[in-house]
Design a protein around this ligand. Sequence first.
Ligand code: GDP
Length: 364
Amino acid sequence: GLSIGIVGLPNVGKSTLFNAITRAGALAANYPFATIEPNVGRVPVPDERLGALAKVFTKGERVPPIIPTYVEFVDIAGLVKGASQGEGLGNQFLANIREVDAIAHVVRCFTDDNVIHVAGRVDPTDDIETINTELILADLAGLEKRLANLQKKAKGNDKDAREQAALAEQILAVLGEGRPARAGTYDAPIPKDFGLITTKPVIYVANVGEDELTEDNDAVRRVREYAARENAAVVKISAQIEGELAEMPEDEAREFLSDLGVQESGLDQLVKVGYETLGLITFITSGEKEVRAWTIRRGEKAPEAAGEIHSDLERGFIRAEVIEWQKMVEAGGWANAKAKGWVRTEGKDYVMQDGDIMNVLHSS
Ligand code: GDP
């Protein structure tokens, strides 16, 4: 699944948000959780389609269980100004942040004189740059070490090492200008084992006061301007409200949100934006047994998608029965959908679409 690391300066609301995430996850946890570390919280990906399909496949009293996909949030503590030079940016920090797929960068956009700001004032642009600089410095330090190793190997006539060294130099030039690695264009794709942080997409999370969710305040506007220059997404949330929402039953939460003038919780928005940012889509398997969502990358073909369910299904893939979820709701079940001719037969080259329902036919 998708994992998102939460970073930001101290006192911007990271823990408040993370606590809301773990509570929301606990509430939704009719799911066999593996024990996960204290700095990891897991929340279901909101998806109205699953509920609609569960109704379709309800037989008498039996409502099929809904199994959503999950997003993992990792609380990446320990990033402060100067951290890349000192103790703050320890191995644990680096290990945590290197694991995640995307970064949620929490920015303080609320004013509260009782909450001390590390820099003495609320200045979102400055705050963002402080964190981004630390991440760039961490990448510079890591990549310089790697380059030294690669150069040693390159002397021994290792062609791969020579090519990788050239790539590392290109990336270092970008980092050296104070730009994240993702801002550059290179001759080759960056290998995962370079362990870079600034290749990961960033979502800026503007944390506002609870009465500031509808109209953007000055600070939020600055975050939006900054993010626009990087083509990054912004999600406006109130970490405090997320905490309150996480305690409420669903219908109560919906009413509370609409009283505040918003449609969707910040957490739900963050999850959705995370999916969009990473080019992830959902396909569904459904029947009377269960209604289940699966995460794949946009552009994946039917056999790869089948492999998400089970590797046997990819290996033995013959063809797939595919139908758009709305058509299934309209038809009211597989038999009727087939009778109407709405279930297509797709082969190995079929590119999966968001919201497809798939039934894999395979040899065993
Ligand atoms: P962290 O250091 O980034 O993890 O920040 P915390 O989540 O611990 O928040 C720091 C302080 O800011 C705490 O006292 C929070 O209660 C407070 N805080 C967080 N979000 C908000 C908010 O939206 N409004 C206000 N007024 N205070 C907040």
